[in-house]
Design a protein around this ligand. Structure first.
Ligand code: ADA
Length: 567
């Protein structure tokens, strides 16, 4: 269902509700694609109806799968409202129990407006685009009882690999359905006869494997997991790729398949001047090639779940990923704001986070590249209310996936005895901090780090400790080799040189993530605070042209093979 869609813009000053949408301006957009790719819509914040006509050759059950629509949408099929979704960065689907043969009209009412629709898409230091930003799929179901997904947790025990599976099924009928489930993986076959209850159900099984090659950065071996569900009215099939690897924590170290690892990472936003957040697969691959050339082994999906095609490539190329839910800086500023001024008290905040976490983990569970789940970047981890939100979400993530460590990036690193400081460092498995000591202040990196460690080590309880953001701005092309003035490429390289010289060799640190991969567009509310109205902390510019800092980082990342656990 990718390809040319028509985006209908409302008549100026009106909104798009009801039949009025047809009077609007109609523009062709290649999907995945955001309307900001149209030069005259580059600043459009509003509503659009996206329209696609398609034809089916036979009648039957179907499933419409949307990998990402930015940021809020309602879905209409042949004039009937079928459902909707909030949040641009997680997939959702619409079941169509009985889709007739013939032509169909699919309409998506889409909004990228700020305000009551979304607690998570707020004016921010990145841009919220508008449109169908990730692929759309139409699945014609051979059976009204089908396989929703199979979640595989790899486990290494007594010198053997096991695949612990949860097979999630869905029965569209009102009565139970008898079915025969078959699973195949790495030469092993299992079969099971089931009674599938109406609605959603799941069945668990474990397979002991032979001759498995583990997945890891240097040898990212992938296996295809296949499942079929045979019922009286047809056979549904499903497949995905998995990798056998185990992530563990012991003391203040992070382990992959029993070896201590050090994460040499970069934060990456999904942003490009030609594509917005709807980055084509070839461009994603080019970003990852640049990161491989940099000598990075890890990527943080700041600050939202990423396109699954990015994760597929990370699986294939052996990158390690910290994937996080969608939130940045939901912090009230003063700690006793009026009820409606605390962004985490937006009426939809807790439900939209719950859904984002559930959709992120369920959709991306099998990616071996994801080794850490993160939440709530620089949100309110300083008040009892904020703590209740962090606690609730960590509990939810642990119930969805007990196999991966959890973290969140905090910037509230003042004196823990004072208000406005973080009170949540006991909650995550890994403690992660965003430091900009030698950019937003002139505090020398080593002195700042030792001061922070002396304050916070007792509260981090010996857990792994990462620097999840650090760096500085460099305006692409502003060279100043003598003065090395702020915002010059030389200064940015110096800032990163000082940080990496300390962080890569400190025994208490198990990973670093540079802020950030590329320069990005930001919301107008932030733009006037930043040169070029952009966030210029990329080590490449928005067109992926390396700055001086790129080589500085590469020398550090390539040169830090020494020392325990440096991958
Ligand atoms: C914060 C935030 C990032 C970015 C960064 C910056 O740490 O997490 O999204 O805004 O600051 O560039 O200042």
């Amino acid at each position: 269902m990718c390809g040319i869609w028509t985006y209908h813009f409302p008549v100026k000053g009106s909104t798009i509700h009801g039949p009025g949408w047809k009077e609007g301006e109609a523009r062709e957009v290649l999907v995945p694609g955001v309307w900001e790719q149209l030069p005259d819509k580059v600043n459009y914040r509003g509503q659009v109806v996206a329209r696609k006509v398609f034809t089916t050759s036979e009648r039957g059950a179907a499933r419409l799968v949307f990998k990402g629509v930015s940021h809020t949408c309602r879905v209409f099929l042949d004039g009937v409202e079928m459902g909707g979704h909030h949040n641009a960065y997680t997939p959702f689907h619409i079941d169509v129990p009985d889709l007739a043969e013939g032509d169909h009209e699919l309409l998506l009412w889409i909004s990228n407006e700020h305000g009551e629709l979304s607690a998570l898409h707020i004016p921010n230091d990145y841009y919220t685009y508008g449109g169908i930003s990730r692929p759309v799929e139409l699945h014609l179901l051979a059976s009204r009882t089908y396989i929703d997904r199979v979640q595989c947790t790899p486990r290494f025990e007594k010198d053997a690999w096991f695949a612990d599976l949860e097979v999630c099924l869905h029965n569209l009928d009102i009565g139970p359905a008898s079915a025969r489930l078959k699973i195949s993986l790495a030469g092993k076959e299992e079969a099971l006869d089931l009674e599938c209850a109406p609605g959603s159900s799941s069945v668990r099984m474990s397979m002991e494997m032979q001759d498995i090659q583990p997945w890891g950065p240097s040898r990212p071996k992938l296996y295809t997991l296949k499942a079929t569900l045979q019922t009286l009215n047809g056979t549904d099939d499903w497949s995905d790729r998995i990798g056998f690897r185990e992530v563990a924590i012991s003391g203040n170290s992070l382990y992959l398949n029993g070896d201590a690892i050090f994460l040499k990472g970069v934060n990456r936003h999904e942003d490009h001047p030609d594509y917005g957040c709807a980055i084509p697969l070839e461009m994603i691959r080019k970003d990852l090639e640049l990161l491989r050339r940099l000598g990075a082994n890890a990527i943080r999906t700041s600050h939202y779940p990423n396109d699954e095609r990015f994760l597929d490539l990370c699986d294939e190329m052996g990158f390690l990923v910290w994937e996080e839910n969608h939130a940045r800086g939901l912090y009230p500023g003063d700690l006793n704001p009026p009820q409606d001024m605390h962004p985490m008290k937006h009426p939809m905040f807790r439900e939209q986070c719950r859904l984002c976490n559930e959709e992120m983990v369920n959709a991306h569970f099998n990616h071996p590249s994801i080794i850490i789940w993160g939440i709530l970047n620089e949100c309110d981890s300083c008040t009892e209310y904020g703590r209740s939100c962090y606690k609730e979400q960590f509990e939810q993530l642990r119930s969805l996936d007990a196999s991966r460590p959890l973290t969140f990036a905090s910037c509230h690193d003042g004196d823990p005895q004072l208000p406005n400081s973080d009170i949540c460092q006991d909650l995550p498995d890994i403690c992660s901090w965003n430091y900009y000591h030698n950019w937003y202040s002139d505090w020398p990196v080593k002195e700042a780090l030792e001061t922070k460690l002396s304050l916070w080590n007792p509260l981090m309880d010996g857990k792994p400790y990462m620097i999840s953001e650090f760096g500085g701005g460099g305006i692409s092309g502003f060279r100043d080799p003598i003065r090395r003035a702020k915002w010059s490429e030389e200064r940015q390289a110096d800032v990163l040189d000082e940080c990496l010289g300390v962080y890569l060799h400190h025994p208490r640190i198990c990973g670093v993530f540079i802020w950030q991969f590329c320069d990005i567009r930001v919301d107008p509310a932030w733009a006037m605070k930043r040169p070029r109205t952009m966030n210029n902390k990329g080590i490449v510019d928005e067109h992926r042209r390396p700055k001086l800092a790129f080589e500085t980082v590469r020398n550090h990342f390539q040169g830090s093979e020494s020392g325990k656990g440096r991958l």
